[in-house]
Design a protein around this ligand. Structure first.
Ligand SMILES: Cc1ncc(COP(=O)(O)O)c(C=O)c1O
Length: 385
């Protein structure tokens, strides 16, 4: 009998990417990762660790000094206090933190609410845990945020958790504090966990201070905070992230980790400590660049007749409305790659409500962005002719 895993579809984003890398002269707007290199100081910290002989297993939950650095950062940036010994566990990227959190709280058949569209791995990870993903639309007219009425309607006796991601992939939307407070009230009323994915929290350009739902009184006990070094410090390939939350959940992570990869390599954890403790100027430098790129791509895309995009407040994604072309998002992405050599992601990959959109990752230089926009404008002109 074929398993759930064997039935899982491959991501259409991968299909575009794999085709694009076989082609010449492609502008890549499809990858969700920083184009910057990891700050050299962080690399030195990892190399020094290896030279010191830190080539052995670490505790399953991660090195205590790293958990302390994470706790300090959560206290200072999010305003939420965690006990590094009991309430923080180090994982292989935010991805593993999400999976281990879901493995801990989801029983077979439990429903998990997720934004539609959202990060494609949410849906697949819920399925891996034998849960049922329940999409709730986040619409452009609501800034790609949940409407609390939709959320309430989606809750059943089997609902176990709500997944939130702010700033969001693929829309760049940021959940305002007032909305998070309303969602918190719903989660508390129905006794739900909230998986709060804040991997893009430092890539935030809004006026209001960033807000973590765990800071709402009473929510710390039901919020599972997921974050990583990947996007903030340009460390995607290092594979280091964390889960912070109540000890009853986080305390299960070492048991799972023991049976999966045992621990994140010690030298990687040393690099992460260096990043968390010393890289605030690097965050500012990279953010200033992302902000300028955002302004460039927003302006460029909105100047193309037939396309429109709302200004994202965070992450490095632009979610472009293509409904006026009459093409499906997969057809648009596929033709744009074939005819204009621009690789981007079809919105339908992120959920049914992503149809009618494509995602541009603008983690590229201004020159690359301008070239991509030029090619998209020429493609659209041909389409209209
Ligand atoms: C919303 C979101 N969450 C989590 C991740 C996982 O990132 P990592 O495992 O590199 O920390 C990503 C990566 O693209 C993402 O977009």
């Amino acid at each position: 009998m074929i398993s759930t895993i064997a039935r899982m579809p491959r991501s259409p984003i991968r299909a575009i990417y794999e085709k694009a890398i076989q082609m010449d002269d492609v502008v890549f707007f499809c990858l969700g990762e920083p184009d910057f290199d990891t700050p050299p100081r962080v690399i030195d910290a990892a190399v020094d660790s290896l030279r010191r002989g830190e080539t052995h297993y670490t505790p399953n939950a991660g090195l205590l000094p790293l958990r302390e650095a994470i706790a300090d950062s959560l206290r200072d940036y999010d305003g939420v206090a965690y006990d590094p010994a009991e309430e923080i566990a180090v994982t292989s990227g935010g991805m593993e933190a999400l999976l281990l959190a879901l493995m801990t709280v989801v029983e077979p058949g439990d429903e998990v609410i997720l934004p539609d569209p959202s990060y494609t791995n949410y849906r697949d990870q819920i399925r891996i845990c034998k849960g049922v993903p329940v999409y709730v639309p986040v619409r452009e007219e609501n800034g790609f945020q949940f409407d609390p009425a939709d959320l309430k309607r989606a809750i059943t006796g089997r609902t176990r958790a709500i997944m939130l991601n702010t700033p969001a992939n693929p829309t760049g939307g940021v959940a305002p504090r007032a909305l998070l407070e309303r969602i918190a009230a719903i989660a508390a009323e129905h006794e739900l966990y909230v998986l709060f994915d804040e991997v893009y929290k430092h890539l935030y350009y809004g006026a209001e201070p960033f807000f973590n739902i765990a800071a709402v009184p009473g929510m710390r006990e039901r919020t599972l905070v997921v974050d990583s070094c990947s996007k903030t410090y340009a460390m995607t390939g290092w594979r280091v992230g964390w889960l912070a939350g109540p000890a009853e959940v986080v305390g299960c992570v070492p048991k799972l980790q023991e049976n999966m990869c045992s621990c994140v390599p010690a030298f990687v954890q040393r690099g992460a400590i260096c990043a968390l403790r010393t890289a605030s100027a690097d965050i500012e430098r990279m953010n200033a660049a992302y902000r300028a790129r955002r302004d460039c791509i927003v302006q460029g895309v909105n100047a193309i007749p037939g396309l429109s995009a709302r200004t994202p407040e965070g992450a490095f994604y632009l979610f472009v409305n293509i409904t006026r072309t009459g093409l499906t998002s997969e057809a648009f992405a596929s033709r744009l790659l074939d005819e204009a050599h621009v690789a981007l992601s079809p919105g339908s990959a992120f959920g049914p409500s992503g149809e009618g959109y494509v995602r541009i990752s603008y983690a590229s230089s201004i020159d690359v962005l301008n070239e991509g926009v030029r090619r998209m404008a020429a493609f659209m002109e041909k389409l209209r002719a």
